[in-house]
Design a protein around this ligand. Structure first.
Ligand code: MG
Length: 245
């Protein structure tokens, strides 16, 4: 039996009244597959919550119906775009979406739009599996900004791609083969902006060789809160334990 352990948590942070983040972390019914996802909604009033919830519920429905993950992400885009186009109160809403389906052999299919991230911790090394679709990320890649300058840039939250803001959106796709004891982390920018990668790696490494996954998620949330908790914080953590008899 393939075993994937999951833990997830979201926290509104100390500043925001609403939590516009949402996540999925589940074993798909009747199937040795798992679905994990993080969405970070944006828009006035409650629109951000509508966007992230609608994106995740559409994604889940489509994956359960047998759609490929990228197709399900595009369906989520369509659903959010149509909803906001049909309701002036929701006009301008959108969301990030980072999602993975993990198959019975540990094969990960990963799709993302926006600046919610996926990381892989393997053998003590933390690697980013996603590239932020944000203005500052483009500046960093072109050499105009350093990583450190990007973290403080006033326009660091400006996305170059989001779910639901245009009729169609390009979806980044990648695949990874998990190895036993690998940790896969999906998170919103409430974590990645507050806690630098090196600190994330340290928090994950200290508990990598087993132990309580939920406690590890808690330590990530606490680190983001200790750094100010300026945004909603969401973490989904998966550990591949390989086949167990
Ligand atoms: Mg956020």
């Amino acid at each position: 039996m393939p075993v994937l352990r999951l833990a997830a948590r979201t926290h509104p942070g100390w500043v925001r009244e609403n939590n516009e983040d949402a996540y999925l972390a589940e074993r798909l019914p009747g199937d040795d597959r798992w679905l994990i996802a993080v969405a970070d909604g944006m828009g006035g009033h409650r629109a951000g919550e509508v966007a992230s919830w609608l994106a995740l519920s559409t994604l889940r429905e489509r994956v359960l119906a047998g759609a490929a993950l990228a197709e399900a992400v595009m369906a989520a885009n369509d659903a959010v775009f149509r909803r906001q186009a049909g309701d002036p109160a929701l006009s301008g809403m959108g969301t990030t979406l980072t999602a993975a389906v993990i198959g019975p052999g540990g094969a990960v299919e990963l799709c993302h739009v926006g600046d919610s991230r996926a990381y892989l911790l393997r053998g003590g090394e933390l690697a980013r599996l996603t590239r932020d679709h944000s203005l500052v990320e483009e500046f960093v890649r072109s050499g105009a900004l350093t990583e450190q300058e990007a973290r403080r840039h006033p326009q660091r939250n400006l996305l170059t791609r989001a779910i639901g803001t245009e009729a169609t959106v390009p979806v980044d796709e990648t695949t990874v083969q998990l190895q036993p004891e690998d940790l896969l982390l999906l998170c919103s920018d409430g974590l990645s902006e507050a806690v630098p990668d090196a600190h994330l790696a340290a928090l994950l490494v200290t508990t990598a060789g087993g132990g309580d996954l939920a406690a590890r998620v808690e330590s990530l949330i606490q680190a983001a809160l200790a750094a100010g908790g300026a945004d909603n914080i969401t973490c989904v953590l998966a550990r591949w334990d390989g086949e167990e008899s």
